[in-house]
Write a protein that binds this ligand. Structure first.
Ligand code: NAD
Length: 473
């Protein structure tokens, strides 16, 4: 394990670190031990404004850097993270309360995103269109959006920031990043240090740590942004869309969902149970694609529940820095109380049964399986964002489908012995992502040109042409 050290998250503007003008020395805890991991402060409104203005001034120069050079810098950004690999794995475990496996996933994704973007930016970024008029050349080219305001959550601070930062920078934009208050190091400070070391030009990437309602709001309201890219809760996404609408800014949102995991009557129960436990409990259920609602056909329900409980009974909860830990702590007491008191306890009071778990010690919450869950109970109606698996029994496949589609979801699973039956089910699910006989997805590095550029059409008339008689001289 890497030596434990303390961190400070500073404001990073125009290639230089500076102290925040707002509240300072706010604590960031090691989530498992509740000891001090470091401090951060709130960037003031003036600092946010300066960061955006500096980004706006630097962006055209960055967009003008030739593609090979830009690609080299983005690739070096990845290398700077790679060079600090051991330190960063330890930091991510401590700052996000994850396990070593989760930290490997997060750092790996961040590095891959940078390397993929470094390649993609050198690929074809436009098209020659068929001429619509004699003697006219028609081009369509991808143009950077300009300045992106990026607001990210605490669960995967580094890789979720990188999801927009890597392609955003690669395609010639400037970025102002506000990390989450609970994770300003992996989500901000480290990225600024790596970008600086990689030679990202001053002003192209800026970081403004701070809280959501002040720093985050100031950033998302800034009129000089060309895109607000937000990952987080539905409620905050809704507020940000409202702020941004005042200055007609586009907003890209990646929000939460109340995802479903369906087990049909012909499913391989052992496979379904293993996948369900993984999809529901990976990183204590604190991901946007966590399987929340487990909807099981009656004839499979007893066997599925038994297999799930058996697997959950073997899980070890503890500090991710220790060996043999499967689940770490919940990110904060506020989050733990939100789902335990707000969702689990009221569901139990309404008749749900605790098959296993249901208790906690400090932030260490025992993985929990609830049976007898009905579609009206809060653990079914709300995104839980904790290590809780509610199981709901239904009589028909049609009933299961209707329940899946009752909520906004990001990713769903259906288990069946017949892949074509799974396909037919998946086709009727109203969400962007459905997995048949699998779960918890890992996205590949598909091109992101469309999200971080806009198309500019250029028509070049190469020969004299005629205009309506009334316009001619
Ligand atoms: P959150 O919405 O509370 O916070 C996200 C970010 O928004 C933080 O940086 C926060 O400081 C900032 N913020 C809060 N209030 C703000 C305001 N008024 N103006 C501007 N910024 C503000 O979310 P969270 O608790 O950090 O994360 C959990 C949520 O994120 C869950 O709902 C989860 O599903 C969702 N999520 C979605 C994805 C995805 O890819 N779709 C990924 C991870 C998390």
């Amino acid at each position: 394990m890497h030596q434990l050290r303390e961190y400070t998250a500073q404001v990073f503007i125009d290639g230089r670190f500076e102290a925040p003008d707002g509240d300072r020395d706010l604590p960031v805890l090691d989530k498992a031990s509740s000891t001090l991991l470091g401090t951060y402060g709130n960037a003031s409104a003036a600092q946010v404004d300066r960061a955006v203005r500096v980004a706006k001034a630097a962006q055209p120069g960055w967009a003008g850097v030739n593609a090979n050079r830009r690609s080299e810098i983005v690739r070096d950004f990845a290398r700077q993270l790679e060079l600090r690999r051991d330190e960063l794995l330890t930091l991510i475990i401590r700052e996000t309360g994850g396990t070593a496996e989760k930290a490997e996933e997060e750092l790996g994704q961040a590095i891959t995103q940078l390397n993929n973007s470094a390649t993609q930016l050198t690929e074809n970024a436009g098209a020659i269109l068929p001429p619509y008029k004699d003697g006219k050349i028609s081009l369509s080219r991808a143009v950077p959006l300009g300045v992106i305001g990026l607001i990210v959550p605490w669960n995967y601070p580094m890789s979720l920031a990188m999801r927009a930062l890597a392609p955003g920078l690669a395609y010639g934009n400037a970025v102002v990043l506000k990390p989450a208050e609970l994770t300003p190091f992996a989500g901000g400070q480290i990225l600024a240090e790596a970008a600086q070391a990689a030679g990202v030009p001053d002003g192209v990437f800026n970081v403004v740590p701070g809280d959501g309602p002040t720093t985050g709001r100031t950033l998302s309201e800034h009129p000089d942004l060309d895109l607000v890219h937000f990952t987080g809760s539905f409620e905050v996404g809704h507020q940000i869309a409202n702020f941004a609408a005042r200055s007609f800014k586009p907003v890209a949102t990646e929000l939460g969902g109340d995802n479903a995991f369906v087990v049909l009557d012909d499913a391989d129960i052992a496979q379904a149970a293993s996948c369900a436990v993984w999809s529901a409990l990976w990183y204590q259920g604190q991901t946007c694609i966590t399987a929340g609602r487990h909807i099981v056909l009656r004839s499979a329900a007893d066997a599925f529940t038994e297999a799930v409980v058996e697997r959950v009974s073997r899980l070890r909860v503890g500090n991710g820095l220790d060996d043999n830990v499967d689940l770490g702590p919940i990110i904060s007491e506020t989050q733990l109380r939100r789902f335990h008191e707000g969702l689990v306890q009221p569901s139990i009071a309404s008749g749900a049964t605790v098959a296993i778990g249901g208790s906690f010690d400090g932030l260490f919450y025992q993985p929990t399986v609830l049976t007898g869950v009905t579609p009206e109970m809060p653990v079914f109606t709300e995104e839980i964002f904790g290590p809780v698996m509610p199981i709901t029994v239904v009589d028909t496949e049609a009933e299961a489908l209707a329940l899946v589609n009752r909520h906004r979801t990001l990713m769903n699973s259906v288990f069946t012995g017949d892949p074509m039956r799974g396909l037919a089910f998946a086709e009727q699910v109203k969400s962007n992502e459905v997995h048949v006989n699998d779960g918890y997805a890992r996205h590949g590095g598909e091109g992101q040109l469309a999200g971080f550029t806009h198309r500019q059409w250029i028509g070049i008339q190469t020969t004299p042409t005629t205009y309506p008689a009334w316009a001619e001289g």
